[in-house]
Design a protein around this ligand. Structure first.
Ligand SMILES: Nc1nc2c(c(=O)[nH]1)N[C@H]1C(S)=C(S)[C@@H](COP(=O)(O)OP(=O)(O)OC[C@H]3O[C@@H](n4cnc5c(=O)[nH]c(N)nc54)[C@H](O)[C@@H]3O)O[C@H]1N2
Ligand SMILES: Nc1nc2c(c(=O)[nH]1)N[C@H]1C(S)=C(S)[C@@H](COP(=O)(O)OP(=O)(O)OC[C@H]3O[C@@H](n4cnc5c(=O)[nH]c(N)nc54)[C@H](O)[C@@H]3O)O[C@H]1N2
Ligand code: SF4
Ligand SMILES: [Mo]
Length: 719
């Protein structure tokens, strides 16, 4: 099949009463914002003829449970970023334009040849939380069920895999217990390692409003930097980077000594508490304050509030997850919620917030190399049997594949000889960029699916495959509180761009595999929903899983098109979805009890030295998205921070005789110290702690010759 593939643009029909105020000549499409994990509903107003619709306005969907009509600046500027002339519109093979027929054949042929000569583990997929669930599902099916290798990992490894591992340890499943609404029902909201004011703005606005409605609501921010989020805080704890386990062990100890435990809940529903407490015992307020470099009275203030409040939400993000002890950090937070019974009830939960629009959907379909689809595990024989039986697939990988960092190691070592990268830009986002460059240079076959014509990773591609962009994509995403929403296409595919799921199916079929004859995202979705319910229960031959969408497995195409946002599980017990998990105090472990995990504070793997005296913290700016392929082309979004910078405390700047705007060259133990790879202008900003620097993650080579901070980071990580 070659040539243009057009997506029908008939209105998929919103089922609410918007018709009343819609103009006769215009139609409305409801979709979901493609930026952050809040997952806001967006209404796109179209005018013009049915064949040539023009988007004219975008606004928040009034009835979407994530945003109730609100949008942040990135969402409200979505139409500015529908840039058409930066797009990849034709497949390319070895630098030449190609037909889809040729391109799909080449990918299939090169992958098949390498597999034949070197086995299934010699190829890999590196995918992304920006794919739709349907894209992700078929990618995972191809790799684990047909190629027979689990070498599929995702940029979510850099993002929330610590939270996944922690939730699995504590709850027996990767389950986010709460609903956004809980943020409005709580007495205490703790932001840990999150700059939500910039990174999850609509949720932050909901908290802002909740505080106006209830001045008794307390907000605490635990972050080494004094960020925009701190403006809402009753208390900011400028913690020394990397010491969160100490802080939450200290809280656990405080709860036990000050009547903050929920003994009944601990007795009936929690295992491992005694051991966890034993580990936490040494963390007195004084000792904790010293290790975390905090004022003891301020730390105790936080402990008192948490201990005294009936409800609390701990909203945690990259300051927790991206750490050599990321999983322990998350479990130390969850421990405190379990110990005080602040879970499974309104206004209370440890809440891992996801970054990307579909990081949750990706983990649901098994996008990580150690998972299987539908929240099943690769190291569980029964789970493997369920998945293989449902797919009726020729094989199913029995062992976990390489995780992101190891995957690029394996490419560099030559063990992996072909990689297909989809919807992520690892040259900019993976640590230790020199190593990623070496690996991709060496790799015999690099395939990249993207919708932009150029980015730092496409520069290494042998085969470039043009994917549809947000306005053209059609399928589902799952946000941070388990709400599944529809993304709906409102423009036809540009040029020869194709949907990611379709591209994967085209290649799979050319590799000779059955099981990929899907005709629409709807067909993929119902197959996936069916798998979540398949042999899911307590009976013999069954295994009980939290993720159950069996209530959606029979959706017709028309029902799928009209589907409203719904929180999983959706099944016969909960046909309209499920707001909160664990309200029955039953968890997904073999005993039904949650696990408190004994966690030990460890100093970060990377520490400062005489040669490298500064800690480099990195994160996001309000108006840019990741490596800027989406947001970089909007002039409105570039006003807030037009260039990259290195933020430094005034006293550190003074000691180095640096002033605002001075250019500094940065090096680390892994960067090439002689080259001027990273040069940034100084921004004096005492929101950093002394000895800690901050740089934004967004700029790669495409946007600036020397602002790619990925050169500086080693690949230290939590195994
Ligand atoms: N505008 C914008 N929004 C985004 C994104 C974007 O690119 N742009 N990306 C999305 C994605 S994928 C993600 S993952 C989320 C990330 O959302 P956030 O995690 O809120 O984003 P960061 O800016 O990385 O902020 C992490 C915070 O952790 C702090 N921190 C660093 N080290 C520590 C530590 O040891 N302990 C503690 N307690 N805090 C620490 C940092 O100072 C920083 O303020 O944002 C999402 N939203
Ligand atoms: N130093 C440092 N590094 C970090 C982080 C940090 O805090 N500090 N954060 C990490 C985190 S949490 C994350 S999530 C990553 C993000 O890092 P990346 O995933 O590398 O960043 P993006 O710019 O979002 O890259 C997405 C790419 O896919 C394309 N794309 C978008 N949508 C689609 C689609 O639907 N289909 C296809 N085929 N292509 C698409 C875009 O054009 C873009 O080129 O960065 C990580 N790296
Ligand atoms: S909060 Fe996130 S999902 Fe909502 S409009 Fe802003 S970027 Fe989009
Ligand atoms: Mo992320």
């Amino acid at each position: 099949m070659s040539g243009l593939q057009r997506i029908p643009t008939i209105n998929s029909g919103s089922s609410h009463g918007l018709e009343s105020n819609a103009l006769a000549s215009s139609t409305l499409k409801q979709s979901t914002c493609p930026y952050c994990g809040v997952g806001c509903g967006v209404d796109v107003q179209l005018s013009g003829s049915v064949g040539q619709p023009q988007p004219v306005a975008v606004s928040g969907t009034p009835e979407h449970p994530a945003n109730f009509g609100r949008l942040c600046i990135k969402g409200s500027k979505l139409l500015d970023t529908l840039e058409q002339n930066q797009r990849l519109v034709t497949p390319q093979v070895d630098g030449l334009d190609a037909s889809w027929e040729q391109a799909a054949h080449e990918v299939a042929h090169r992958f098949s040849k390498i597999i034949k000569e070197h086995g299934p583990n010699s190829v890999a997929l590196y995918v992304s939380g920006q794919l739709l669930t349907e894209d992700y599902y078929v990618a995972n099916k191809l790799m684990k069920g047909y190629i027979g290798s689990a070498n599929i990992d995702t940029n979510s490894r850099l993002c929330m895999s610590s939270a996944v591992a922690a939730q699995k340890r504590a709850f027996g499943s990767d389950a986010v217990p709460c609903s956004y609404e809980d943020l409005e029902l709580s007495e205490l909201i703790v932001f840990v390692g999150s700059n939500a004011a910039w990174t999850h703005p609509v949720l932050f606005q909901r908290v802002e409003r909740a505080k106006q409605l209830n001045p008794g609501l307390k907000v605490v921010i635990i972050d080494p930097r004094n960020t925009a989020t701190c403006e809402l805080g009753d208390l900011h704890l400028p913690i020394k980077a990397g010491t969160d386990v100490a802080l939450f062990n200290g809280l656990l100890n405080y709860l036990s000594e000050n009547g903050g435990l929920d003994s009944r809940f601990l007795e009936s529903s929690v295992a491992g508490f005694d051991n966890a407490l034993k580990q936490a015992r040494e963390w007195t307020v004084e000792r904790t304050a010293q290790v975390c470099d905090l004022a003891a009275d301020r730390l105790e203030q936080f402990y008192t509030w948490f201990c005294a409040s009936q409800t609390a939400m701990s909203f945690y993000s990259m300051g927790v997850n991206q750490s050599s002890s990321g999983v322990d950090k998350a479990n130390s937070i969850i421990n405190c919620h379990l110990a005080s019974g602040k879970i499974g009830k309104p206004g209370s939960a440890p809440f891992s917030i996801t970054g990307q629009p579909n990081a949750m959907g990706g983990r649901e379909v098994g996008g990580l190399s150690n998972l299987l689809a539908a929240h099943m595990d690769i190291d569980n024989e029964q789970h493997r049997d369920i998945v293989q039986e449902y797919w009726n697939s020729p094989t199913l990988s029995e062992q976990a594949g390489h995780k992101a960092v190891e995957l690029f190691d394996a490419i560099e070592s030559g063990e992996v000889k072909a990689v297909w990268i989809m919807a992520t830009n690892p040259l900019v986002s993976m640590p230790n960029r020199n190593r990623i460059e070496r690996a991709l240079k060496k790799c015999a076959c690099v395939v990249v699916s993207d919708y932009v014509a150029s980015n730092d990773t496409l520069a290494y591609a042998d085969i470039k495959l043009p994917a549809t962009a947000w306005s053209e994509k059609d399928g589902t995403v799952t946000n941070s509180d388990r709400t599944i929403s529809r993304q709906r296409a409102f423009l036809p595919a540009l040029g020869e761009a194709r949907h990611d799921w379709k591209i994967i199916c085209d290649v799979a079929q050319r590799m000779g595999y059955s099981g990929f004859d899907f005709q629409s995202s709807h067909e993929v979705f119902v197959e996936y929903a069916g798998l979540t319910g398949y042999r899911n229960g307590r009976g013999e031959n069954e295994s009980q899983r939290d993720l159950d969408l069996s209530g959606l497995a029979q959706l017709s195409r028309a029902q799928f098109d009209r589907m409203k946002p719904v929180q999983w599980p959706v099944n016969s017990t909960n046909p309209n979805g499920t707001k909160r998990l664990f309200t029955d105090q039953a968890f997904y472990t073999p005993t039904g009890k949650a696990n408190c995990i004994a966690v030990d504070f460890k100093i970060p793997t990377q520490v400062t030295s005489d040669a490298y005296p500064f800690v480099l913290n990195s994160g996001r700016l309000r108006d840019q998205w990741h490596t800027m392929t989406r947001s970089g082309s909007s002039s409105a979004l570039s006003q807030h921070s037009p260039e990259s910078f290195l933020a430094i405390h005034a006293e550190d700047a003074q000691a180095l005789d640096l002033k605002d705007g001075d250019l500094v060259s940065l090096s680390s133990a892994v960067s090439t110290q002689t080259s001027q790879q990273v040069v940034l202008p100084i921004q004096i900003d005492s929101a950093q702690r002394r000895g800690e620097l901050f740089a934004p993650i967004h700029w790669g080579k495409q946007w600036s010759s020397s602002a790619s901070i990925a050169y500086l980071y080693s690949d230290a990580r939590d195994a």
